[in-house]
Ligand binder design. Structure first.
Ligand code: NAD
Length: 507
């Protein structure tokens, strides 16, 4: 059997396609990683199509993935590979196998965060009847924030019983992704942008996302806009996806809904994905390295072809992208299918990976006859997102939440509350204690279950006196000296006069 790691037309270093060597200076140079498993096969097929369509690209190979993991790079990428990514405008990446266990980190997450790839863009379109889906009119795009939210990966175990994951949402992060979604809608002739968040519960984090959406949408009066709470929004996406056009949402929700929409389009294997940054962007297929079918020339290259077409559009080469996509649609219509798409009614010829690529190449310049053709009238500039400069806000200290690890006296909140009231002053007084967000002191309910993790809110002892950092450090010293184990604090501020923290449930 062929060595799947090296089954591609290039070796290490800068690589040119000989067909285009003569007009080298006109080409756009991109970084290419062949990937693991089926990666080399589908990448070879994709690059052949790009070259045949006249994409005008020159390839510099970057080594990432299993080979790098096994040679001791736990992130799956060698330190010098970053230079290759940095000096190329875009990166076309084959799927990577992440080895199980052994402290290996997800290469995708590492690349996204390190290179600031803030937008994950996944078009999901049905290709019925050639690919089965209950939603023949579905044609939407999920624009997922890619760097923040719970995926910041800041987790701590704070007490015996309680672990925490920090949800970070920033204004620049919201601005960039939401503006990108509107710009994407404009550039791609899409009519509506729908925001999804859970701001009825997370009023500050998801609330910021929704607020920025409401601000930014005013700059795009030509684009319709609306908002759904993520739970009903996901249900609607799964039930009537044809009613959506562009959906913009936070990282975790976007991760989930983009898989749902790809699946109900009937085409996880056909989907492409773009990871857009302000200087570097990465393009790939949605699917993984499919080790079960690697090296057999049976994988469907369409997902990576679609990812490559997103890359061409990003480079402003919309016409070439449309040429390839329309040839691919025509190939599907003509019943030329890889094994994963083969169906009794519609498959006329079952082909391998490279033969599928040959069929697409033969149809370059042709339009689909039944499926809706991709329309691109002219090449256009890549989408650029500019975010406004921010003035530093006026912060005023109002108090402090002290988190305490405490389990004594049958976890009776009244015992802890009385002790804290004695320790609170000078300058501060105890306002309340919550357990997992629910107020348990004063006047808690005996039915409320309490863990060993207590949030104790201290505010100014009286309205006339401002809270100072000395008040807080003094409080922490007194807590420590009396044997209480404080595990973290969160300062309570007003920012530009607005309360910048949530109330406890029942406060
Ligand atoms: P997978 O997507 O590789 O495979 C799932 C199933 O779909 C398999 O049965 C496979 O044969 C089939 N399949 C996938 N792509 C296909 C294609 N192009 N044509 C035909 N059939 C196809 O998911 P998995 O098995 O969960 O993961 C395998 C490896 O890929 C894991 O190491 C995982 O970490 C990695 N992975 C990488 C990426 C990426 O690099 N972006 C994404 C997902 C998974």
């Amino acid at each position: 059997m062929k060595d799947q790691w090296n089954d591609h037309p290039t070796s290490t270093g800068t690589v040119s396609n000989p067909q285009h060597a003569l007009n080298h200076e006109q080409k756009t140079k991109i970084a290419v990683a062949y990937g693991d498993g089926i990666g080399p096969e589908i990448m070879k097929a994709t690059l052949r199509i790009l070259d045949a369509a006249g994409a005008g690209l020159d390839y510099e190979e970057v080594k990432i993935g299993k080979e790098m993991y096994l040679s001791g790079h736990t992130s799956g990428i060698a330190p010098d590979a970053w230079d290759i990514l940095r000096r190329n405008e875009v990166f076309l990446k084959g799927p990577i196998t992440t080895p199980q266990g052994g402290g290996y980190k997800s290469l995708n997450v590492t690349i996204r965060k390190t290179l600031g790839l803030f937008a994950n863009v996944r078009p999901c379109r049905a290709y019925t009847p050639y690919v089965s889906s209950h939603f023949p009119d579905m044609d939407l795009v999920i624009v997922r924030e890619n760097e923040e939210d719970l995926y910041a990966g800041i987790e701590h175990q704070q007490t015996t019983e309680v672990v925490q994951c920090l949800k970070l949402v920033s204004r620049p992060g919201c601005e960039r992704i939401i503006r990108y979604a509107f710009e994407y809608a404009r550039a791609n002739n899409r009519k509506k942008v729908t925001c999804m968040s859970k701001d009825n519960i997370m009023k500050h984090t998801d609330g910021l996302f929704h607020q920025v959406f409401d601000e930014v949408k005013k700059e795009y009066p030509d684009i319709e806009s609306d908002h759904h709470i993520i739970d009903i929004g996901s249900a609607l996406l799964a039930d009537r996806p044809e009613q959506f056009d562009v959906v913009v949402t936070l990282n975790l929700y976007g991760d989930i809904v983009s898989d749902i929409t790809a699946q109900i389009a009937g085409s996880v294997g056909l989907g492409g994905s773009a990871n857009i940054g302000s200087s570097i962007s990465m393009f790939e297929a949605i699917h993984g390295s499919a080790p079960d079918i690697a090296g057999k020339n049976i994988a469907n290259p369409s997902g990576l072809i679609h990812g490559a077409c997103q890359m061409l559009s990003h480079l402003g080469k919309n016409q070439v992208a449309a040429r390839i996509q329309n040839a691919l649609l025509r190939t599907l219509e003509d019943g030329i299918h890889t094994a994963d798409l083969a169906s009794e009614g519609f498959t006329r010829q079952r082909v391998g990976t490279q033969e599928f690529a040959d069929a697409v190449i033969e149809r370059l310049g042709q339009q689909p006859q039944h499926l809706k053709a991709i329309q691109h009238t002219g090449d256009q500039k890549p989408i650029e997102v500019k975010i406004p400069e921010f003035k530093p806000a006026q912060k005023e200290l109002q108090g402090v939440d002290v988190f305490i690890d405490w389990y004594k006296d049958d976890r009776n909140p009244n015992t802890l509350g009385k002790q804290l009231e004695e320790l609170a002053g000078p300058g501060l007084k105890l306002k309340m204690i919550t357990n997992r967000g629910v107020k348990v002191y004063p006047n808690g309910f005996p039915e409320t279950f309490c863990t060993d993790h207590w949030r104790c809110r201290f505010i100014a002892a009286n309205d006339q006196q401002a809270v100072t950092y000395e008040h807080i450090t003094g409080l922490l010293n007194r807590l420590h000296q009396s044997g209480l184990d404080f595990i973290k604090i969160e300062n309570l501020y007003t920012i530009d006069g607005q309360r910048a923290y949530s109330l406890g449930q029942g406060e």
